[in-house]
Design a protein around this ligand. Structure first.
Ligand SMILES: Cc1ncc(COP(=O)(O)O)c(C=O)c1O
Length: 356
């Protein structure tokens, strides 16, 4: 008889599960870029009535649903680009890795960035190449281009803006990376709604350029809906490996409701962008603190003692992300999701008192 240890892959046994912090309900989660805004009661009631009528006895048929045309219109995806949806953009990241995972295939990204690029590349047996950011968390273009030339990666992931740094990259640098790429390039715009720039209008042009988006950061993390747009040829191949019926009827109804009320969603996005600037200015104004410019719905900051600030915030009801210890470029760094104006104000007050 084989033991479980004999049966399950050694590399998976050596892995750690994606860390999700467990906190009491009275602690505000400012650690994973969720929106602080719920639908107001009248909209909740309207959505509730729609959800009650959702055809949950039936499998969803994405290709015969109005979800894709609505995404195309709401996010202004170019007419000639095709779209595929995933159960969160996480699922699409994994499937993109599966799509290119031939023997000796390589995946490239920068470091630090969203951890799932590396996790998924390795899960599919690929070599993962990472190019460190500069000390100020900006892109090192020369090293990235050199790594592309040396490794000829089949897939490049570039989070634009980047997580966990929030930093935007120079658009021209990204264009050079796309041009130099030997394989597919995925511009992951999970935070694109909060950024002043986007590659979505270029999705599919050139053919190897794919743009990934998610509903998670704009108010709907619970729906688990991400989408990717790109050339028809590539999206058609990707669709072959998307699990059948990977979306669910309740999410589809809620996502369509959200898109029908996208002016409300945009209002919240604009509010969060304004709040981000207030948070950034307050952090930047504190002595011995470095706030990194952010185009996302969070601000990453270096403080004299990350542990102390993290603990102080947690003890007063705010969970943020302690980046310290996750990468050498992130020593004493914290990532703070932008919350409601009241939450942000309290976070600033607590930090002010704990930074000396
Ligand atoms: C850059 C980036 N891409 C993708 C994701 C995954 O988002 P989701 O699976 O919720 O769409 C995240 C989540 O934090 C992220 O930061």
């Amino acid at each position: 008889m084989k033991s479980i240890q004999d049966i399950i892959r050694q590399d998976i046994q050596a892995m750690k599960a994606y860390p999700v912090a467990c906190v009491p309900e009275n602690v505000a989660r400012l650690d994973s870029m969720e929106s602080p805004y719920d639908f107001p009661p009248a909209m909740q009631a309207e959505l509730g009535a729609l959800l009650a009528k959702a055809p949950i006895r039936l499998y969803p048929h994405i290709d015969h649903d109005d979800l894709i045309p609505m995404i195309q219109k709401t996010f202004r995806v170019p007419e000639n680009a095709a779209i595929a949806t995933g159960n969160g953009s996480d699922e699409l990241i994994q499937l993109l890795c599966m799509l290119v995972a031939k023997p000796n295939a390589k995946v490239l990204s920068i470091e630090p960035t969203f951890v799932m690029y590396q996790t998924d590349a390795r899960l599919y047996g690929m070599e993962y190449i990472s190019v460190p950011l500069n000390d100020d968390l900006t892109l090192n273009l020369a090293n990235t281009l050199q790594a592309i030339e040396q490794h000829q990666p089949d897939l490049i992931f570039l989070a634009y803006p980047n997580n966990p740094t929030g930093t935007p990259y120079d658009r021209k640098d990204v264009e050079q990376i796309i041009q130099a790429a030997t394989g597919l390039v995925v511009i992951d715009e999970a935070y694109g709604a909060f950024s002043s720039d986007s590659f979505l209008p270029q999705a599919g042009t050139p053919e190897k350029l794919l743009v990934l988006r998610t509903f998670s950061k704009i108010g709907f993390a619970g729906l688990r809906l991400g989408f990717i747009s790109g050339s028809l040829n590539i999206i058609q191949e990707l669709k072959k490996i998307i699990p059948p019926y990977n979306m669910n009827q309740l999410s589809l109804v809620a996502a369509k409701y959200a898109m029908t009320h996208y002016d409300w969603v945009e209002q919240n996005i604009n509010q969060l962008k304004m709040e981000r600037e207030i948070m950034f200015a307050a952090l930047e104004g504190m002595t011995n603190v470095t706030a990194f410019p952010s185009e996302a719905n969070f601000v990453t900051v270096r403080v004299p003692d990350a542990e102390k600030c993290f603990d102080a915030l947690l003890s007063q009801g705010f969970l943020i992300k302690k980046l310290h210890g996750s990468h050498s470029l992130l020593n004493n760094c914290l990532r703070i999701t932008i919350g409601s104006p009241e939450q942000n104000k309290k976070v600033i007050d607590i930090l002010e008192k704990n930074i000396s």
